[in-house]
Design a binder for this molecule. Structure first.
Ligand code: 13P
Length: 397
């Protein structure tokens, strides 16, 4: 099947950016507003060989009642998690924890994809079985974090940019060979620090280049411009910034000829800043977030897989559930790390005798979010621990 958006883009003139961002193009379809740039045929011909597979992978991940387990903490971040339960940050401890996660019995019923850090993609379980094979046998698509983390953005207001484009094509080809079928690139936008026009443009451009390179190599890109929870601002300010960010992201995705049917998004939910005194109900988060999605995200995009961003486990599940109370054009689901793993990690505590209880804790959260994806979560019987927020100022991944 030929890609609809790719072939549309191939035959369409490229819109002027100002008009695209203002959403004016349909109201002023005048020839003077468009420039003609024929799409580079080389890019399309490479991607054409993967087009069907990309669409299929994205649809598999965006399947009813399932979402993504984000377990792609870098070694440094994983070290902080292990430290919180008194364990040393050794490869053996990381392997033991990740073995516990991927081999939770029946996980594939609720989880359609797992994002791995590079070490895990090439790692075996404690029992010596390839982690990629364990996932595949569970019906879970293996994915890979491909960004190289955040560094200061010179010339900005103390903001950051995301590294990792150098060598990305060859790394992506190797990850595909190793069994990965989707990729993740997380960049961040800070509201208290601006966001400056420079930081938003840099974030959007980096995501678009990464998305095009991923598709060329058979990996479905998860596009993640995380709008950090940090700040005292209210929900309206988050909404305003999110609209700007997503307008830029989709402008550059189109400019880079990214096939919309073969991507997944990982947005932040639209909430007040973590330090804002006015808290809002899940129904309000859902209304703002769906309003944002409807005004910015084309229905061709198969799945919207939210990050949890420091919300408590229960809060993240309640908010997702509220968004699924009526039908959406896309599969609206989860790609949580902290909101799936927190109780599981604490329950494990590094002790072999706790592995089963920790797996049960993971399955409980996965099932709760599966129900929330279907709009059927009630929130009954949740522990007090699962209601504790996990916000950390300036969180890195
Ligand atoms: P959280 O759900 O902990 O915010 O994870 C974000 C992320 O990008 C993981 O891949």
């Amino acid at each position: 099947m030929a890609s609809t958006s790719a072939s549309l883009l191939k035959s369409s003139p490229v819109l002027d950016k100002t008009e695209f961002l203002k959403g004016q193009a349909l109201r002023h379809p005048s020839v003077s507003l468009v420039r003609c740039h024929p799409a580079p045929s080389l890019g399309f011909s490479i991607r054409a060989s993967y087009a069907d597979e990309l669409v299929k992978t994205a649809k598999t991940i965006a399947s009813p009642g399932r979402g993504i387990l984000a377990m792609d903490e870098s070694n440094a971040t994983c070290g902080k998690r292990l430290d919180s339960i008194g364990l040393e940050n050794t490869e053996a401890n990381r392997q033991a924890y990740r073995t516990l996660l991927v081999s939770a019995p029946g996980l594939g019923k609720f989880i359609s994809g797992a994002i791995l850090f590079e070490e895990t993609l090439y790692q075996s379980t404690v029992e010596g079985k390839k982690i990629v094979d364990v996932l595949t046998e569970q019906g879970i698509v293996p994915g890979i974090k491909v960004d190289k983390g955040l560094v200061p953005l010179a010339g900005s207001n103390n903001e950051s940019w995301c590294q990792g484009l150098d060598g990305l094509a060859s790394r992506s080809a190797a990850y595909y060979k190793q069994g990965a079928r989707f990729a993740k690139w997380r960049t961040v936008v800070s509201i208290p620090n601006g966001p400056s026009a420079l930081a938003v443009k840099e974030a959007a451009w980096g995501l678009a280049r990464y998305a095009a390179i991923s598709q060329d190599n058979g990996l479905v890109p998860i596009v993640e411009p995380e709008i950090l929870l940090d700040g005292e601002h209210g929900i309206d300010r988050t909404f305003e910034v999110a609209k700007k960010v997503w307008a830029e992201v989709f402008f550059y995705l189109a400019e880079n000829n990214v096939m919309f049917e073969g991507i997944l998004l990982k947005p932040s939910m639209v909430t007040p800043g973590a330090e804002c005194k006015d808290r809002v109900a899940p129904e309000t988060v859902a209304a703002y977030t769906l309003n944002l999605l409807k005004s910015r995200i084309p229905p061709a995009v198969p799945g919207i897989m939210f990050l949890s961003g420091g919300q408590s486990e229960v809060e993240a599940t309640l908010n997702l559930n509220a968004m699924n109370q009526s039908p959406n054009p896309w599969h609206v689901s989860f790609s949580y790390a902290r909101a799936l793993q927190n109780t599981c990690l604490k329950t494990w505590g590094g002790r072999p005798e706790n592995v089963k209880a920790a797996q049960d804790a993971l399955l409980l959260r996965a099932q709760a979010n599966s129900l929330a994806q279907l709009g059927k979560y009630t929130g009954e019987g949740e522990s007090e621990e699962a209601k504790e927020g996990m916000f950390v100022k300036g969180y890195s991944y």
